[in-house]
Design a protein around this ligand. Structure first.
Ligand SMILES: [Zn+2]
Length: 405
């Protein structure tokens, strides 16, 4: 069925002004100043004026590519305070209701009771709904959790597996890997990238440890591996770590900010503050992405290290972040790439993250307050309740959270 979207204020992410779009077969087929009427179009294409079609007048609403969340615990994360703290799996509407049309799944801390097989099956299930889903092999620990025996075999033989991680560094919950072990793991990911043309990024969970990013610096100094394959995440959890990450970005590493809640007195940057700091640098803007850690666990501990409460990371946090940035006065076309085109480029997601002819028709309209309103997934509007469904910011935790996943 052909669809015409009229009077869309398109952010591709570049601001293109008012455009009409013709959508069919899950793709954007045409974009321009004035699309013909659906009957004329059908007649011209097929000789049949009565072909099914629909026109939707977007009345000047902002139209953006669907958001891409590159760090999500599809099958649930957590489990750091016993079995009862394992976070349940995420539901598809937790993405669609927030304008997220693609995501990359990770296992995280719990790579013992959770498996790559379960993650991959969940990823494939999301794909069957038309959602853009991929996942990583491995988890926090060595020996790495894989499905068919090794990192490179998973990367080469499993189409939806496009990276390795989140692999933990500088964290008490990591495997405390040596440089030699880290380099061996990175070499497997690099092999995957060469053999498949997939991104095969080594996605690094950064903990609170003072060692920070020294392992990555050592890897770059002591090996021939390319900087572009190392992507630290949660880099805004400590301010010194963020500075280290900016230095690595200057050397060519992609870096990922997590949109978790940050208390005012915390030695961390909110995703909004981190992005503003990044925009003040001369670094190539495509080096930075923002993800949610959705489905991950954010426990709170008392002074004795006992858990007192637990927050759960939500995909909606990147949507809140985008809205907050607009409320701070940043232009939509300035901030949108960090949630869309940068992610697609870093992870080599064909057809995602931009609005252009030939791209996937994963499209989102924003309401006047910058929240997703209508969501199109693969050329079909979804039955989401985005308008007003989340017109409030995520509640702040009562005590200082620990960013764990
Ligand atoms: Zn993590």
């Amino acid at each position: 069925m052909l669809q015409i979207l009229r009077n869309a204020d398109v952010y591709a992410p570049t601001a293109l002004g008012i455009q009409d779009l013709i959508v069919g077969g899950g793709k954007i087929l045409w974009m321009g100043a004035a699309a013909p009427k659906i009957a004329e179009l059908a007649q011209g294409l097929t000789g049949n004026k009565s072909i099914l079609g629909r026109e939707t007048d977007l009345q000047g609403r902002r139209l953006i590519p669907g958001l891409i969340d590159s760090h999500v615990h599809f099958t649930g994360g957590g489990g750091e305070a016993g079995f009862a703290t394992r976070v349940p799996p995420l539901a598809l509407n937790q993405f669609l209701d927030n304008g997220i049309t693609s995501a990359i799944g990770v296992l995280g801390f719990d790579d013992c009771t959770r498996s790559t097989a379960e993650l991959l099956a969940t990823t494939r299930g999301l794909c069957e709904h038309g959602f853009g889903a991929w996942c990583m092999t491995g988890g926090y620990h060595l020996p790495l959790t894989t499905l068919i025996g090794s990192v490179r075999e998973d990367l080469v033989h499993l189409d939806r597996v496009i990276g390795v991680g989140e692999f933990a560094l500088s964290d008490h919950r990591s495997s405390q890997p040596t440089l030699a072990e880290f380099l061996r793991l990175a070499s497997e990911a690099h092999f995957g990238a060469l053999a498949t043309n997939k991104a095969c990024i080594l996605h690094l969970h950064m903990g609170d440890g003072a060692r920070g990013l020294e392992m990555v610096r050592a890897a770059l100094e002591q090996s021939e591996l390319p900087a572009a394959m190392f992507q630290p995440t949660h880099i805004n959890r400590r301010r010194v770590l963020f500075e280290e990450a900016l230095d690595l970005a200057a050397d060519g590493c992609p870096i990922d900010v997590t949109a978790f809640p940050v208390a005012e007195d915390e030695d961390a940057w909110s995703a909004e503050a981190a992005l503003e700091l990044f925009l003040e640098t001369d670094l190539p803007r495509e080096r930075l992405t923002i993800s949610s850690d959705g489905g991950g666990c954010l426990p709170e501990f008392d002074e004795n290290g006992r858990m007192t409460a637990m927050e759960v990371g939500r995909p909606s946090s990147i949507t809140d972040c985008l809205q907050n940035l607009l409320n701070r006065g940043l232009a939509l076309e300035t901030v949108l790439p960090f949630f869309t085109s940068n992610v697609a480029q870093t992870w080599r997601l064909q057809g995602k993250g931009q609005i252009c002819v030939g791209a996937d028709a994963d499209l989102v309209t924003l309401n006047s307050s910058g929240r997703p309103e209508r969501v199109m997934l693969g050329g079909a509007f979804t039955q989401t309740q985005t308008s007003g469904a989340r017109d409030h910011a995520a509640p702040e935790p009562k005590t200082q959270p620990s960013k764990n996943n």
